[in-house]
Ligand binder design. Structure first.
Ligand code: AMP
Length: 215
């Protein structure tokens, strides 16, 4: 199964990708996580990416395409996966299609996670992430048992720099301008299914399974 989770920042793509990854036993490939690890490691990629990420801007397409080509079609290419946060521009989506064609494979489905902006703003500003295992929490709806500590691995929780309110607003504007056009792109090639993502993670997961079951 090769799927893309599409939707605005904070809609729950990461949370749902983690659940689906366990259920289908396929990796979650989050370009945001890959870039954040590169920043933490202090690599050249991390340094370049951070100039954009810290402002809520998109990292240039050629960097992202190099990274995804390596991850999906390099050594040991995974058979199935959940793409979380890629593609984010039409250039990326078209290049990805091209890569699929060249490698004689194809995408199974694109799930558009949908929720209104007010809810998204609330979710993003209360999001906390485990620095070690990347598990995602929400102080309002899904707090950890012990303040600041990951339930799953005991790692420290932190707030992403780009989850601060001014950056969030920019990320939403960037989404509307650069990523929303992908909805029509994937609709036009009959891969898009929309999932109501305004509920809690379990409800959203059930909505996803309905779409996958009917596929
Ligand atoms: P995310 O964790 O998916 O919200 O991504 C965090 C940040 O990483 C984004 O705001 C972008 O700066 C960068 N990023 C992640 N994926 C991409 C992508 N496919 N294209 C461009 N920038 C990306």
């Amino acid at each position: 199964m090769k799927m893309i989770l599409l939707g605005p920042p904070g809609v729950g793509k990461g949370t749902q990708a983690q659940i689906l990854s366990r259920e289908y036993r396929i990796p979650q490939i989050s370009t945001g996580d890959i870039l954040r690890s590169a920043i933490q490691a202090g690599s050249e990629l991390g340094k370049r990416a951070n100039q954009y990420m810290s402002k809520g801007e998109l990292v240039p397409d050629e960097i992202m395409l190099g990274l995804i080509r390596e991850r999906l079609f390099g050594d040991n290419p995974p058979e199935g996966y959940i793409l979380d946060g890629f593609p984010r521009t039409l250039v990326q989506a078209e290049a990805l299609n091209q890569l699929f064609a060249e490698n004689k494979t194809r995408l199974d489905i694109v799930l558009l996670l949908d929720a209104d902006e007010e809810l998204i703003l609330k979710r993003l500003s209360s999001r906390r992430v485990c620095r070690k295992c990347k598990a995602v929490y929400n102080l309002l709806t899904q707090p950890p048992a012990v303040d600041g500590i990951c339930d799953k691995c005991g790692g420290p929780l932190y707030q992403r720099d780009d989850d601060k309110i001014e950056t969030i607003q920019n990320r939403l504007a960037v989404y509307r301008r650069q990523t929303e056009p992908l909805i029509n792109f994937y609709k036009s090639i009959n891969l898009l299914k929309t999932v109501d993502s305004s509920g809690n993670p379990r409800e959203v997961h059930q909505n996803i399974m309905k779409q996958l079951g009917g596929n």
